[in-house]
Design a protein around this ligand. Structure first.
Ligand SMILES: Nc1ncnc2c1ncn2[C@@H]1O[C@H](COP(=O)(O)OP(=O)(O)O)[C@@H](O)[C@H]1O
Ligand SMILES: [Mg+2]
Length: 321
């Protein structure tokens, strides 16, 4: 059951950093979005887009210059402690935990900080040790764990505070494939079974594609798209191709190619011409090849590129979303 009221609501958020003797940096520029209860929402964007700044404002670590943040019905600027009671954040996984404490001690320490009852704490610690697959490591010092296990412990520590909302800044950054996969599954289970609400930031579109219900794509401090992941899947599945042609194209070819959507033409230093096309269907290659064939332009290579976030992102921008 989804509540009508969003768990998290952000309206017109702004933040400019002003370091001494440096030009101001507008990190977050009029961002608004909502997160519904029981969903996982991903903030997706390239480095420097403003993801960390946004998350830091949501958990009260830095103050916005403008805008309103409402958490579980409480305005963060007005009812700070009530608002923050509903959120736990994991900003940089291994800084969230104490390195010299064991896995169990970390959980116990952070649960005690939240003034939870001792009997219930022990029960919860056992639950999360099991849930995050950390039982065998319960007496291991946090510093000796793998990066993936440290991240799981950091999330477990955040969960033990019993907050409804979990904020995660780049939860899989620097993790191996297995840990990334495990964290994805765990987040999904936390939301589906424990009815938590998760807002995470990432520059990994696979994380968004596989775990998030909705995505907010941001660039240069602005929201470019907010939509359900299933709606955006079409864009995620775009197939980028690179066609290298010896020499340059004629003006009429360039004109014809300009009518093909999501296609860019670049003359390289070597004198060759590079076409980059973001296609939804492989068959969309034929019209391009026809234009090349008309003047027998020598094709040196056609290459299907593994789409990276940058290219997908460009495709979204070009679609005018
Ligand atoms: N403490 C800071 N002082 C000055 N500029 C900052 C600071 N933190 C981030 N920035 C700048 O703000 C912009 C957004 O950064 P950030 O929120 O960290 O983006 P992301 O997490 O998406 O990579 C970047 O241009 C970054 O260099
Ligand atoms: Mg960041």
């Amino acid at each position: 059951m989804l509540d009508k009221e969003p768990m998290l609501s952000v309206v017109g958020l702004e933040k400019t950093y002003q370091a001494k003797n440096k030009p101001p940096i507008r990190a977050v520029n009029n961002i608004s979005f909502q997160v519904k209860k029981g969903t996982i929402v991903g903030i997706l964007g390239p480095n420097g887009a403003g993801k960390t700044t946004t998350i830091k404002m949501l958990c009260g670590l830095i103050l916005p210059d403008a805008g309103a943040i409402t958490i579980n019905g409480h305005d963060l600027a007005v009812e700070r402690s009530s608002a923050l009671r509903s959120v736990s954040a994991v900003l940089d996984g291994n800084r969230n935990i104490y390195w010299r404490l064991t896995v169990r001690e970390n959980l116990a320490f952070f649960a005690a900080l939240k003034q939870r009852k001792t009997a219930q704490i022990s029960e919860d610690i056992e639950y999360y040790l099991e849930f995050f697959n950390l039982k065998e490591k319960r007496n291991e010092e946090a510093r000796k764990l793998s990066r993936g296990m440290q991240q799981k412990l950091a999330i477990a520590v955040a969960m033990i505070a019993e907050s409804d909302i979990l904020l995660l800044d780049e939860p899989t950054l620097g993790l191996d494939v297995t840990s990334t996969h495990e964290i994805r599954e765990l987040l999904r289970t936390l939301v589906d079974e424990k009815h938590k609400t998760v807002l995470l930031s990432t520059h990994d579109m696979h994380l968004v594609e596989n775990v998030c219900d909705e995505v907010i794509i941001i660039n240069q401090g602005r929201v470019v798209v907010q939509d359900s992941v299933s709606n955006l899947k079409g864009i995620f599945q775009t197939k980028p191709y690179r066609i290298l042609i010896e020499g340059t194209l004629s003006d009429s070819q360039i004109l014809e190619l300009s009518h093909i959507p999501n296609l860019s033409i670049e003359v390289l230093d070597t004198g060759s011409t590079l076409l980059t096309a973001l296609l939804e269907e492989k068959s969309e290659l034929y019209p391009i090849l026809n234009i090349l064939e008309q003047e027998e332009s020598p094709v040196e290579s056609i290459e299907k590129i593994t789409p990276n976030f940058e290219e997908i992102f460009l495709a979204i921008l070009q679609k005018g979303a």
